[in-house]
Design a protein around this ligand. Structure first.
Ligand SMILES: Cc1cc2nc3c(=O)[nH]c(=O)nc-3n(C[C@H](O)[C@H](O)[C@H](O)COP(=O)(O)OP(=O)(O)OC[C@H]3O[C@@H](n4cnc5c(N)ncnc54)[C@H](O)[C@@H]3O)c2cc1C
Length: 466
């Protein structure tokens, strides 16, 4: 059956038919789907302003959707209403190579942006592994991490300024661009950092319509290597020392692999290798920069690893890590998982010294819920780690059990020193339990969106959650 375009209002598509609204019910999470009453695909900030005026007239809740790849239910229209799908707002508005800034509309996908920038020898600071599908606006509103985290930490650290449309239609520009005669975005300028209010905000304060990102030159040289350790505790000590010495500045990506993953991947690729000879834990490093800097940092990282019992583990680089990074199939390995089963993801933030506790917490979930396949992904940041817990399940038969398992895993992760990262509706209760922080969020919400129109349920503001 072909898609039915219900209406074209003010020049942009508006969907009201059940069939057309189906894709707008949910993202990639275990958070219950919602039912949108209508969905629109605006092409400009002016269209967004018109849509928000309509939402006010008709008293509709409003949710914003980018690529819909988030694993915390942020785009799920828990209270129904209007979904603003920004996928048609996908232009590069400005590329200023002299200032090192690119200004984009929120619906541009990372793969498209990177392809545009590569022609100029440039890239952006953070790229999530969902690059072909995820939008820059979604990544901003969901605290993206991944490639670039070892150098820059998180998406929010790479933003020079924003344009946002608030619930009442106010068009706000942040940083230097707040000054009406400013022709450029610079993050810090007048008073406090209002840009930060919209980063990781899951659309609760407004619709982001333009994002200025700092540019970075593509590295002249790239090189991968893998360091093997006895266990997570030894690897953790190495990571702490590497971050303290700022040896992550030429790392484009670095990720940790548990013993189980190592054994499984080696057994698949090289069945003749004795599993007992393999390290209990390893870290894959993707270095990039000038050749001499890369060579120097690689040698320093190897020497630091040796102090913690670490050694080169070229086999894992050869059979897995190098291919993952150079073929950029890291974008697709996750998509591959999805074609076979669904994956629930809990993303956390933790001090590097707690890596072993994080791994033990994931192990505890494995023992507690053996019906699911559990995996972990700890990504190095400039400081600290992002620890992701992945649980694969059969969506048709295990949806409720998976939701219960995810809810049960949260306290264990907390006890292991991990805090929720990315909020949406998945961590609504955890946001509500933050005391003064949640109190201030509520006050900001009351000031900027007194009718509670924007994304009810996200960040624990309004109804809806796991
Ligand atoms: C298998 C898998 C792997 C993943 N790997 C990573 C990873 O490596 N790193 C990572 O960071 N994430 C990862 N994610 C999560 C997800 O891909 C990212 O969070 C991504 O950045 C979300 O982008 P999106 O365009 O799909 O956003 P959406 O899911 O559409 O939206 C995310 C949130 O942002 C809000 N939003 C979207 N656009 C706007 C806007 N213009 N204005 C205001 N609010 C807006 C939405 O309402 C929602 O709350 C992964 C997800 C999956 C399923």
């Amino acid at each position: 059956m072909s898609s039915v375009l219900s209406e074209v209002a003010d020049g942009f598509p508006l969907y009201t038919e059940t069939l057309d609204l189906l894709p707008y019910g949910r993202d990639c999470s275990v958070v219950p789907p919602g039912r949108a009453g209508l969905a629109a695909q605006p092409a400009s900030a002016e269209d967004v302003i018109a849509l928000l005026a309509r939402a006010r007239r008709e008293r509709l809740p409003v949710y914003v959707r980018g690529g819909g790849t988030m694993y915390a239910g942020g785009a799920n229209p828990a209270a129904g209403g209007l979904v603003i799908d920004v996928s048609r707002m996908n232009r590069v508005l400005e590329l200023d190579l002299e200032r090192g800034v690119v200004v984009v509309e929120p619906g541009i996908r990372f793969a498209d942006l990177l392809a545009r920038l590569a022609g100029h020898g440039q890239t952006v600071g953070i790229v999530p592994s969902t690059g072909p599908a995820a939008t820059v606006g979604g990544a901003l509103a969901a605290h993206a991490l991944g490639t670039g985290s070892a150098r820059h930490q998180s998406m929010g650290d790479c933003v020079a300024g924003l344009e946002v449309i608030l619930a009442d239609g106010t068009r706000l520009r942040t940083g230097s661009a707040a000054c009406s005669d400013a022709g450029f975005f610079q993050r810090y300028c007048l008073g406090p950092d209002l840009t930060g209010l919209f980063i990781g905000a899951d659309g609760v304060f407004g619709v982001v319509t333009a994002i200025a990102l700092w540019l970075h030159p593509l590295p002249a040289t790239r090189e991968t290597c893998v360091l093997g350790f006895l266990d997570a505790a030894a690897a953790s000590a190495f990571v702490v020392a590497a971050q303290a010495s700022e040896l992550t500045r030429n790392l484009w990506y670095a990720a940790c692999y548990e013993g189980g993953s190592i054994r499984a991947r080696v057994a698949a690729a090289r069945p003749e290798v004795d599993a007992a000879s393999l390290p209990g834990f390893c870290i894959g490093l993707d270095l990039g920069g000038d050749a001499d800097e890369v060579a120097r940092d690689r040698a320093r990282l190897a020497a630091l690893a040796a102090r913690h019992g670490g050694t080169d583990f070229p086999l894992f680089d050869e059979i897995y890590f190098r291919t993952l990074r150079y073929d950029e199939n890291y974008w697709y390995t996750y998509a591959g998982y999805f074609s076979r089963s669904r994956c629930a993801i809990l993303m956390t933030s933790l001090p590097s010294a707690r890596l072993a506790d994080f791994c033990a917490a994931v192990d505890a979930q494995r023992r507690r819920f053996p019906e699911f396949v559990w995996a972990s992904a700890a990504v190095l940041c400039r400081r600290g780690l992002h620890g992701g817990v992945l649980a694969f399940y059969d969506e048709r038969t295990q949806w409720d059990a998976m939701r219960a398992a995810i809810a049960a895993a949260i306290p264990d992760l907390r006890a292991a020193g991990c805090v929720p990262y990315k909020s949406g509706k998945l961590f609504a209760e955890e946001v509500r339990a933050t005391g003064a922080y949640f109190d201030v969020l509520q006050r900001l919400k009351a000031a900027l969106d007194p009718e509670g129109r924007m994304a009810p349920g996200n960040l624990g503001l309004g109804e809806g959650g796991l």
